[in-house]
Design a protein around this ligand. Structure first.
Ligand SMILES: Nc1ncnc2c1ncn2[C@@H]1O[C@H](COP(=O)(O)OP(=O)(O)OP(=O)(O)O)[C@@H](O)[C@H]1O
Length: 238
């Protein structure tokens, strides 16, 4: 899988929020960092296809092997893309009048988990993320951290090929953060994972991960995490 952006621009009537964005994402974890208002959430929404660029292109392709045509990149349709994306928005609310268990079960069916595996899968996610004791509580009565975990589960439950998470670790304690980070790390061997964060300390020091540093809607840096210190310094000085 590959997501390739070419000269992408996104604007509202008065302001340009994203400017000349050219980059591509393949399997692995990319952290999108930048100051408040840099355009991180806007870029993530664009990658989910929720909003469209006013200029430039976003292409989703996967390698296909064909006996006659050989190996080529097949462009995915918007329906195909939406089926393989797991998304956690910045302010996740879910279906606030549903109980945690009902909501996650509904999501599991919706995302194609085989019927006979749904109950076990839901039980397991709730147990591992310490939500079993609130499974009969309505989502609107959860604490911020509990709601965030429900949001993460709905994004990850079918281990999607593209996973886009906006500030996913907000409100989680260290143990829970590590639990979800381990899942994301395993998933990153097969999937494109894009995580926005303003908490630089949350970023694991792994030579395989990448950083996309956005500044005023433009890419200021896109590369290996080994330059994290330089990026942090630039963030602090800016
Ligand atoms: N619907 C909107 N109407 C007007 N301005 C908007 C709208 N959506 C976003 N913006 C502005 O666009 C800029 C980028 O917003 P965005 O939410 O993408 O930034 P961000 O990097 O995710 O910020 P934060 O870290 O604070 O979440 C901000 O200045 C924001 O105020």
């Amino acid at each position: 899988m590959r997501i390739a952006l070419h000269d992408v621009e996104y604007s509202l009537p008065e302001t340009k929020l994203l400017k000349s964005i050219t980059c591509s994402f393949t399997k692995g974890i990319t952290y999108v960092v930048g100051k408040n208002g840099a355009g991180k959430s806007t870029l993530l929404k664009l990658l989910t296809t929720a909003i469209q660029p006013v200029h430039g292109e976003v292409n989703y392709t996967r390698l296909v092997r064909d006996e006659q045509l050989g190996t080529y990149r097949k462009k995915l349709s918007i329906e195909e893309i939406r089926k393989i994306i797991g998304f956690l928005p910045q302010h996740f609310t879910g279906h606030s009048d549903m109980t945690v268990e009902k909501y996650i079960t509904y999501i599991a069916y919706h995302k194609g988990i085989p019927r006979k595996l749904v109950k076990k899968s839901v039980e397991n996610w709730l147990k591992e993320s310490h939500l079993t004791h609130v499974k009969r509580r309505k989502i609107r009565h959860l604490s911020g951290g509990e709601r965030q975990k429900v949001g993460l589960i709905q994004a990850l439950i079918n281990l999607p090929r593209i996973c886009i998470l906006d500030e996913p670790f907000e409100g989680l304690d260290i143990e829970e953060r590590l639990y979800f980070q381990r899942i994301l790390q395993r998933l990153s061997y097969h999937s494109i994972i894009i995580i926005s964060t303003h908490l630089i300390d949350e970023i694991r020091q792994s030579s395989e991960d990448k950083i996309l540093y956005l500044s005023e809607g433009k890419i200021a840096y896109f590369g290996g995490i080994e330059s994290l210190d330089t990026v942090t310094q630039r963030l602090e000085e800016a």
